[in-house]
Each structure stands twice: as C-alpha cells, then as structure tokens.
Design a protein around this ligand. Structure first.
Ligand SMILES: Cc1cc2nc3c(=O)[nH]c(=O)nc-3n(C[C@H](O)[C@H](O)[C@H](O)COP(=O)(O)OP(=O)(O)OC[C@H]3O[C@@H](n4cnc5c(N)ncnc54)[C@H](O)[C@@H]3O)c2cc1C
Length: 339
C-alpha cells in the first residue's frame, strides 16, 4: 500500500478548497480494508473516506488519513422476472456506471445521469434528481464495519434512507465504509418525466417516437449542463442547501403571502419548498464573500470564483441562511458535509 504524506487535496474536492492531507492512500481493492485499519497512521476518529469529493467542504488541512475509495468493478449478480441485480464497487464513477447500465438496456438509473461522484457515496446522502432517489433502486449495500472489523451486507431497510439522508450520514457515520452497492434494475422501461422541464426536453429529443432510457439520460444531461456550473470549470458542490420541508399549515401561510412560491406536497402532509427560489427572492444571486459567490444563474449553488477559503464559504452560507430565515421564517440546511 502506497501511503503518501502531505498531499494536496485541491484535485480531490470539487469546490477546489485549498487543503492538504497528512496521510493519503488510494484503495483499489476493498479486501485490503483490514490492512488499512492496521496502518500506524490509521486512527478511526481521524480518517476521511473519500469518493469524488463532490459533496464535502474542507475546513482546512486534514490532520489524519484520507482514504480515496477507488475499487472498480461491475457485475450482474442475478436476473429474474424482469429484475436484474447489478453490483458496482464503491470507486466506480457514478455517471459512468449509469451510462453503462443504460447501454446494457437496464432501466432505472437514467434520471440520475451526470451526478458527480462515486457509486460508494451514492447511498450516503441518497442522491436524487429529476423525481428519482437512488434508494428506490438500491437492493443492498456492502460495507466494512469498523466496529467489528467484518464485512456486512445491509438491506435497503437497514440503510434507513430518507430525503438526502441515510444511516451512513447518521448513526452509521464513521462506522460503515461502503465497499459496493447492489442495484435492482429493470428490463422494462418506465419513463419518469414529471419533474421540471424533463418532459419537454425529452419530447424535443424524441420528436414523436416513444422514448427509451437513453433518451431520458440524454435529456437529463442536456438540462443539467445548461443549468449547473461544471465543477471542472468553476468549483462547486452542486446544490448547497437541501430543499426545506415544512408542515402544511406553514406552507399555506407562505403561499398566501407569496402566491408564486413553488410547493411540492409530500405524501405525509408536509410540503417541500424550493431552496433556490427562496434564496433568489432574497436577491442573493451573484452575492459574493471573498472568493465565494452565489451563482448568478442558479441561486442554490455556491461557487468558488477562484480563491475561496473555507471561511468565505461559511460566511456566505451563513448570510444566505440568515436572509432566508428573516424573510420567510424558513431554516435552510447545508447539503454537503464540512470536514
Ligand atoms: C455539479 C454538481 C451537481 C450535483 N448534483 C447532485 C444531484 O443532482 N443530486 C444529489 O443528490 N447530489 C448532487 N451533487 C452532490 C454529489 O455529487 C453527491 O452527493 C455524490 O454522491 C457525492 O459523491 P462523492 O463520491 O463525490 O462523495 P464525497 O464528496 O467524496 O463524499 C461525500 C460523503 O460521503 C462519504 N463517503 C464517500 N465515499 C464513501 C464510502 N465508500 N463509504 C462511506 N462513506 C463514504 C464521505 O466521507 C463524505 O462524508 C452534485 C454535486 C455537484 C458538484
């Protein structure tokens, strides 16, 4: 195992924050996890399990070991009654994996095209986009349990998925290292196009013929490229805030005061609001603090204009939360985790 020291983490976090790792190791075989835990530089309280770094914000130099989860591999594990189980290793690039399944004629993940990051991180915040959450396609998650030093398989219910949340972000944080994920995909295609402008873009692409999963993937990629800044060009972590969920009564009062406010009723009577709309209505598009800015077209995204420090990002995020709280009485919660 090649243990590097004092490694520049800028290429490993999509916001492009300047930080160094005291120790760094790239793990291309999950079976070596027990060896990682036996390293002299391993301290369970000071280890960062890293995927593509597209959902983290680095406060500063990392004093412990950073383990870049890089194991690759995709295999079909079972097929029956139109359902195909596919296992992917944690280090697979998410979008490449989605493309691979779509090319194989396996349906389900197409709406989640072009989300940055790795397969191993997808269950952590239960990634979602265009009306689909990955929890609906995950059959099980293979983990290394740091409590017991053994590999375990957690089924979907054990992962306690919720909106942008899971066991791995809560009690299981720091306990489970995700090594592989098994997805239940379908031989049959069922278009999910009810979200945003997906149906319209899909109709443009298909020009009258019935759509397939590859068309949906293409439509999603087209919309995302037009809407979201590319982290390769301008550092960002995608949506910086979760969409807040409020009780129906509060949503009703807000709707009376702001009739054009987008509202998405949830099954349980609560209502999801659009964080981007709330931020935009506070006039914050383009607002900068040092090198951090609210994107001038997409209010939900904070960007690195070049030399953002962690302090700039934290100050800007605080200002956004404060203004939304003051104007709407709604609390925003950051989506990426501070490290
Ligand atoms: C431009 C852009 C668009 C985005 N769009 C979306 C979107 O539409 N929907 C959405 O849900 N998210 C979106 N995101 C957020 C991000 O892409 C996802 O959260 C993604 O799953 C993060 O993957 P990652 O590999 O980069 O994780 P990282 O940032 O490396 O890690 C995220 C967290 O997961 C933990 N982790 C990573 N790998 C493992 C592992 N193997 N085992 C245990 N813990 C692990 C880390 O310790 C960290 O706490 C977007 C981000 C960007 C930059």
């Amino acid at each position: 195992m090649n243990i590097l020291e004092n490694v520049d983490l800028r290429p490993f976090n999509t916001f492009g924050l300047n930080a160094r790792a005291r120790f760094f190791v790239e793990l291309d075989d999950a079976a070596a996890l027990p060896d990682v835990c036996a390293l002299p530089c391993f301290n369970r309280a000071k280890v960062l399990w890293l995927g593509g770094g597209s959902n983290i914000l680095l406060r500063g130099d990392y004093p412990g070991l950073v383990v870049k989860m890089a194991a690759k591999g995709i295999r079909e594990t079972a097929r029956s009654d139109g359902t195909v189980l596919v296992e992917a290793q944690a280090g697979e690039i998410w979008h490449d994996f989605v493309r691979h399944t779509v090319a194989l004629g396996l349906n389900g993940l197409e709406n989640l095209s072009l989300i940055p990051g790795t397969v191993g991180a997808a269950p952590v915040q239960n990634i979602g986009a265009y009306g689909v959450e990955v929890k609906d396609l995950i059959r099980s998650v293979r983990c290394f349990d740091l409590d017991t030093g053994r590999f375990v398989t957690l089924d979907n219910a054990q992962c306690r998925f919720a909106y942008r949340d899971s066991l791995f972000k809560q009690e299981g944080r720091g306990r489970y290292v995700i090594t592989a994920v098994t997805f239940a995909l379908s031989e049959r295609f069922e278009a999910k196009t009810g979200y945003g402008d997906l149906a319209a873009v899909l109709a443009e692409i298909c020009g009258g013929r019935p759509p397939c999963a590859a068309d949906v993937a293409q439509a999603v990629c087209r919309i995302r490229r037009a809407k979201l800044p590319d982290p390769q060009v301008q550092g960002n972590v995608g949506s910086f805030f979760k969409n807040p969920v409020v009780v129906a009564e509060r949503a009703g009062r807000l709707a009376a005061a702001f009739p054009d406010m987008p509202r998405y009723p949830q099954g349980d009577g609560s209502v999801k609001l659009a964080a981007g709309w709330l931020i935009d209505r506070c006039g914050l598009k383009g607002r900068t603090v040092g090198g951090a800015a609210v994107h001038d077209k997409q209010a939900l995204v904070l960007v690195n204009t070049g030399r953002a420090t962690a302090a700039d990002v934290a100050a800007l995020a605080d200002e956004v939360c404060g203004q939304v709280r003051e104007r709407f009485g709604v609390e925003l919660e950051a989506e990426p985790g501070w490290v």
